[in-house]
Design a protein around this ligand. Sequence first.
Ligand SMILES: [Zn+2]
Length: 360
Amino acid sequence: MKAEGDRNLDTAREQDRQWRGASRRPAEVIAPARCAHLRVDPRGYPIIAVIPQHPGREDYGSLSEQRKLVLATFDLCAVCATPLRDELRWQVTFDDELQHMGEQPRFSEAPVHEVCALYAAQVCPFVSSPYARLGDPMRKGQRRPDTLVIAGFDRTAEVVGHDSELQVGEGILMFEMAGLGRTHRLVGADDARAAYEAALGDDAPMVLDDAERRLIDILCAPTPEGEDAGGVMAGAAWLIGAAFCPQIRRVQAMKRFAQARDDFYFQVAANALLQPDLMQDWESIDDPCIAAASSWLRTRQRLPAVLEQWQRDGARRVRDVNGRRPRIATTAGAPPRDDAAIRRRKAAEAALRKGRRKKR
Ligand SMILES: [Zn+2]
């Protein structure tokens, strides 16, 4: 009989074997059409929307909180930066983690399209290895996961600032997801590749309107000064409503906006709520980020649910000089009961339970 240490070693070797070859060189992988505009680093890795990307110092091991705020505000995919629209929104989990996260699980990552999640699992070193990107508890080696569970949700229920569990005193944005619709359980490189190829077959280029195109062009390129555009775009996001994101001031990366003189970003955002006509003037302003964000805002038929919620929260917090609150268009109220979504969620949960039993 083998000692426990040997058994663990055997399991680890088996996991290594299953995931060997999971991370392929980007040149070997056909990119989804919707990722075609992403710049690549000198090794050919796509520079995905959510990572810190000062030119030459792209950091695949980190998430930019400023970029997460921009993605939340404009409801964009954290890989390709195009809109999530009514597609399922996907998050990466490991093993049976999802079953212990409650009905509306919270993630420190911004959601992505299905094809983008599976593409990242092919080419990004930090998604493709099931051991990577697991944060400090994992790196301390308590447990090695062997299954990558990629979960698709109907909607982003809420985005809030929250104290980080990994770094004391360091606030981060959390994305609360609702309506689990489908999952991919990937137990090795072959699975991951097959799932990606199937999703790629269904992929179509994303049709963008002018305002969306402008936002994405700015976000995916360095600024004219040669800096990561995440910072300036986060500033524009504050002005059109991200200033009202709950507990946003706990997020240290927002210091520059939260501690601006006279609370400039919050005050301007409040004025924009009180006098929406102001925003029209912003569209011809010199700052390309503010101009693009305002024209995006004006041309939406319906705001993304997260931004709409922030604006509603904001309207409760601000008053004009006469003590009046802003009047904003409210489409508030609980979303209608969606029986199809409930059926999909139950099926997805049942599939997860089945997968767990099989593994034992
Ligand atoms: Zn995407």
